[in-house]
Design a protein around this ligand. Structure first.
Ligand code: GDP
Length: 463
């Protein structure tokens, strides 16, 4: 990264494609100056003289050719009252790629540098506008798949997770100060400091960390969703089930992978958990059953699946095909869905229960919409084996945060062990400092430049 304090960056901050409006954002010491060179306000005011947080109608013009590039609304934000903490000028343009690119080009020609992905957010972090956990929440807000996942991301963006982490850090720091004082002045009795009381205080530090760690599994599910595959021989009702679930609970977002195939992957909103059902249909013409279910494709999807719904047809009994399908998914978390219960049963229930005794087994009729509630509940139960009561939307959603919390937790356990072993207090302080380090890495105080680079490189351009 170049020395960012010095220069001014610009990028298109809205998605590619056409829309009502689009935004070109300029941030840095020269932002307003650059704007002043290429923007003519209808009011005649020079944008350099504009007050902070004012909007100005006018035209972006090419000073050399005199040509008008776009009609815009210019929004002025003087540092530090902006997203990045720097001077920011935003041009609300017409939302086509040509006017947006043309306005961007002019800002670059008149002194701005093209922003790198995530550079605006990075500057916000560097200028103390956001801590690291908050900055990371921006991506989650943008990618939220259900309202619940948005709530969790917003809570983190507002500093909910950081507050909890900082509270623990305060406790650790206080304890550390006491320990160090008692090392320096061993003859002075410090109140609240025999080893029982120390143990108590360590426990108090451990508790909230453990609670946060426990939210991690759930947090990840809300943020990333559950990859689910529906498998079964042809005609058991896979597409019918998928359509039913989508119809009832379609999430508002869709993923458009764009590159390989033009499939749109849709999410089902299951009590706020985004369920991403991976499509294994469309391969049913082949004679060979194993081929029929598209072995390679299915295997690939299966490997990535968090949950498998294995469908059987009650009117057909357990066939060789079913067993072949089952062989493919052995070892995966699976719910067995015995479908078409509206038809005559032709299945040996004992054999069925014996064969699938490791899995929850449900009876459904997608046609008559029977067993659908049970199916949803069973999916939720399978996902949340150990149901935990989360009292708020503060959840750990990032692997990075979970690992830092785990390490902090382990370091406290080391302190406890040293205390038990009667080690000198110097020993304890070393591990306590590690606790501070790991907690600080969540909010970004103790992360290295490499990690900062890595985190912000995941951001999209213009963010
Ligand atoms: P897939 O090949 O596994 O995707 O199966 P489909 O969803 O295409 O369903 C195959 C046929 O079974 C269709 O004609 C469905 O209408 C029918 N079907 C699906 N579910 C049920 C059910 O619960 N009962 C009955 N009687 N028919 C069903």
């Amino acid at each position: 990264m170049t020395n960012m304090k010095e220069d001014t960056i610009a990028a298109i901050a809205t998605p590619f494609g056409t829309s009502g409006t689009g935004k070109v954002r300029i941030s840095g010491p020269d932002a307003i100056n650059i704007g002043s060179k290429i923007f003519e306000a209808s009011s005649g005011i020079d944008i350099k003289e504009a007050d902070s947080h004012t909007a100005h109608h006018g035209y972006v013009e090419n000073p050399k050719s005199g040509k008008t590039v776009d009609e815009v609304l210019a929004i002025v934000m003087i540092k530090p009252r902006s997203f990045t903490g720097e001077n920011v000028l935003e041009f609300d343009c017409h939302g086509g790629m040509v006017p947006l690119e043309a306005v961007l080009e002019l800002t670059l020609e008149y002194g701005a540098r093209m922003a790198e992905p995530g550079e605006f957010s990075r500057r916000a972090f560097m200028n103390g506008k956001l801590d690291m956990a908050q900055a990371e929440a921006i991506i989650d807000v943008i990618n939220s798949k259900t309202e619940k996942s948005l709530n969790i991301a917003m809570e983190q963006l507002k500093g909910g997770l950081s507050d909890k982490v900082n509270n623990v850090k305060d406790d650790v720091m206080e304890l550390l100060a006491h320990l160090e004082a008692s090392i320096d002045f061993p003859e002075d009795e410090i109140e609240g400091f025999n080893s029982n009381q120390l143990e108590e205080r360590l426990k108090k530090i451990k508790e909230p960390i453990q609670k946060l760690i426990k939210t991690a599994k759930q947090g990840k599910l809300y943020q990333e969703g559950i990859k689910t595959v529906i498998v079964g021989k042809p005609n058991v009702g896979k597409s019918s089930l998928l359509n039913y679930l989508l119809q009832e609970n379609r999430a508002i977002v869709t993923d458009v992978p764009g590159t390989t195939r033009d499939v749109i992957e849709e999410y089902i909103n299951l009590d706020g958990i985004p369920l991403k059902v991976i499509d294994t249909a469309g391969v049913r013409e082949s004679e060979d059953v194993v081929e029929k279910i598209g072995v390679e494709k299915t295997r690939e999807s299966l490997k990535k699946a968090d949950l498998v719904l294995m469908m059987l047809d009650v009117s057909q009994g357990l066939t060789k095909e079913d067993k072949q399908v089952y062989n493919l998914i052995k070892g995966q978390p699976t719910i067995v869905v015995v479908n078409k219960t509206d038809l005559d049963k032709n299945i040996d229930i004992e054999e069925l229960e014996e064969q699938f005794k490791e899995h929850p087994l449900l009876w459904t009729s997608v046609k008559e919409e029977k067993g659908m509630e049970e199916l949803k509940n069973t999916i939720l139960e399978e996902i949340f084996h150990e149901q935990i009561n989360v009292d708020s939307d503060v959840m750990v959603t990032k692997v990075r945060h979970r690992e830092a919390l785990n390490k902090a937790y382990q370091s406290i356990e080391k302190v406890e062990q040293s205390l038990k072993d009667g080690m000198p207090y110097d020993f304890l302080t070393i591990d306590l400092k590690d606790v501070l380090f790991y907690l600080g890495s969540i909010t970004g105080e103790t992360v290295t430049d490499d990690i900062i680079d890595q985190i912000f490189s995941d951001f999209c351009l213009g963010k």
